[in-house]
Design a protein around this ligand. Structure first.
Ligand SMILES: [Zn+2]
Length: 284
């Protein structure tokens, strides 16, 4: 997918709404699928689109699992986002009796890209990177601005307790590390670029600690999701060692990742503060 333009960013990242009757898909009817503009995930089928007269593309069903529902804080509406990248799509309305399914996904045209039937091959492959390097608030804060990051979220991985809580992980008894999972578009950013960035925003020579945070949950670890990532990780660590860094970063095949409680997401932006335990140090 191409990088988002300013108007697409306003809609998809900042949850904006396009002017009704202005989008290119509100009256569009054709055989095919509507993909997420940000990450390319297939979201809706052409046959589920109907004319609701509201000025935005409307669908009464999504491709199973493709769309996530999030109740608005006001409790009135339900936001819908791409389940893969979290990109804002629009809102969901029920009980309007417009179709037999009695549900309407009201979606911004700018959140969608139409893919005509018969032209499905280019399902752009998003990739996942998982890094642990101390407090996940700081890692998320410093990694989020790389280009091509489609979604980023803090969580717990590498241990053996399912559905861990923050308190359990902080007790250092779950085996989990605080980690950050990123879905990224390899056409916009390479894994190597992200990995080098990660090795510069935390100190990969600290064992089971990061800055003032002590404990195995703050260890430095790369969880690879492909064999190519594995090889890249080993190569970059060797490169750092050749520069004299006594790197202790572990390299481990990714397993279950448990997203952290909501209040850990975008922690520093929400609190208007800066990371205390992470800063960028040029190492490459
Ligand atoms: Zn998406």
């Amino acid at each position: 997918m191409k990088p988002l333009n300013e108007e697409e960013k306003r809609i998809i990242l900042q949850k904006g709404t396009e002017t009704p009757f202005s989008g290119k898909y509100y009256r569009h009817q054709a055989a095919g699928r509507y993909l997420c503009r940000q990450c390319g995930a297939p979201l809706y089928r052409g046959e589920d689109k109907f004319n609701a007269g509201c000025g935005w593309p409307s669908f009464d069903a999504e491709i199973p699992g493709a769309v996530k529902r999030i109740p608005d804080p006001d409790g009135v509406r339900t936001e819908i986002v791409c389940a893969r990248c979290g990109g804002h799509l629009g809102h969901l309305f029920e009980g309007e009796h417009l179709t037999a399914k009695n549900v309407r996904h009201c979606v911004n045209s700018l959140s969608l890209v139409f893919q005509p039937a018969g032209k499905e091959p280019a399902d752009p492959k998003a990739e996942t990177a998982i890094f642990a390097g101390g407090c996940f608030w700081g890692v998320e804060y410093l990694m989020k601005d790389f280009p091509g990051i489609l979604n980023i979220e803090p969580g717990y991985t590498g241990g053996y307790v399912p559905h861990p809580t923050y308190e359990q992980v902080c007790s250092d008894m779950t085996g989990h590390a605080e980690a950050v999972r990123m879905v990224f578009d390899p056409q916009q950013v390479s894994y190597e670029t992200l990995l080098k960035g990660f090795m510069e925003i935390h100190d990969p020579t600290q064992e089971n600690a990061q800055g003032p945070d002590i404990g195995s949950q703050y260890r430095s670890e790369i969880f690879y999701t492909t064999e190519a990532q594995h090889q890249t990780a080993l190569r970059i660590i060797d490169l750092l060692k050749s520069k004299g860094y006594a790197v202790v970063t572990r390299v481990t095949k990714a397993a279950d990742f448990w997203p952290a409680e909501d209040y850990h997401h975008q922690y520093y932006e929400r609190h208007g503060t800066q990371p205390y335990c992470h800063r960028r140090v040029k190492r490459f």
